[in-house]
Design a protein around this ligand. Structure first.
Ligand code: CDP
Ligand code: CDP
Length: 214
């Protein structure tokens, strides 16, 4: 069983994917971390994220980088969004994601292109959204909780710039996959969002098994 969870920055997809993982007892891969690691690795090497060669070289990051706390920042989120426009970068990361998705027993992946490119035949697909203002507020609170000094206006601007870049790029742009259900978390608590996600996934799985049995 494969569950695809996609959506824009701070929509709540990571929180929902992890909760679905506990509910269905499936392993979860936050695919954004891979792109963030490439972005951070370009930065550490002094490269230019917009240059294809620099971004490709950074795909050879060691797995230790995946635990670097710097990966969480909005600055690295922006770098990730810049390196991820290059098809060579997406190609370098695709196998790792597909291997995770197709492991025995199933898996949950969250990102931007799980339901469209990585696992278009996923058994269930959720597209998580929330208003830009709500998403910026969530990032603001996260940054404060981690001892940062966030600025609301620049968070809104960064998230909007990232949304635009992710939705308008040529390769694997962020869009609602065929068969995905929308889940707007703007007005939902985490618990309510998770319950809704479970209900949507259960309904999709039932619909699918009904079609297979017929
Ligand atoms: O957590 P947040 O939604 O802020 O970002 P993320 O999921 O960690 O992703 C960081 C960036 O990586 C995104 O803005 C995308 O540009 C890119 N990404 C992607 O292109 N494809 C994915 N499957 C996941 C992330
Ligand atoms: O993975 P993504 O960037 O889409 O978002 P996330 O990391 O799951 O959630 C971003 C922040 O919003 C976290 O601090 C969550 O606890 C919070 N959140 C929330 O307040 N309400 C929700 N319904 C979902 C997430």
């Amino acid at each position: 069983m494969i569950i695809a969870v996609d959506g824009p920055a701070a929509s709540g997809k990571g929180t929902i994917a992890k909760a679905l993982g506990r509910h269905y007892r499936l392993p979860v891969l936050d695919t954004g971390l891979l792109y963030r690691a490439v972005g951070l690795s370009v930065l550490k090497a002094g490269g230019d994220p917009d240059r294809e060669e620099d971004a490709l070289a950074a795909c050879n990051f060691g797995d230790a980088l995946l635990a670097d706390p710097a990966l969480r920042s909005e600055a690295v989120g922006s770098l990730a969004s810049r390196v991820s426009v290059h098809q060579v970068v997406r190609d370098a990361l695709v196998q790792r994601q597909r291997d995770f998705a197709t492991q025995p027993g199933g898996a949950i992946l969250d990102g931007r292109d799980i339901g469209t490119v990585i696992a278009p035949d996923a058994d269930a697909k959720i597209f998580v959204t929330a208003s830009v203002h709500v998403r910026a507020e969530r990032r603001y609170k996260d940054a404060l909780a981690h001892g940062g000094h966030p600025d609301m206006d620049s968070l809104v601007a960064d998230i909007q710039a990232r949304d635009t870049r992710d939705m308008s790029r040529d390769h694997a742009p962020l869009r609602v996959a065929d068969g995905a259900d929308l889940l707007d978390t703007s007005e939902l608590t985490i618990d309510a969002a998770v319950q809704r996600a479970i209900a949507l996934v259960d309904a999709q799985l039932e619909g699918r098994s009904a079609r297979v049995t017929r």
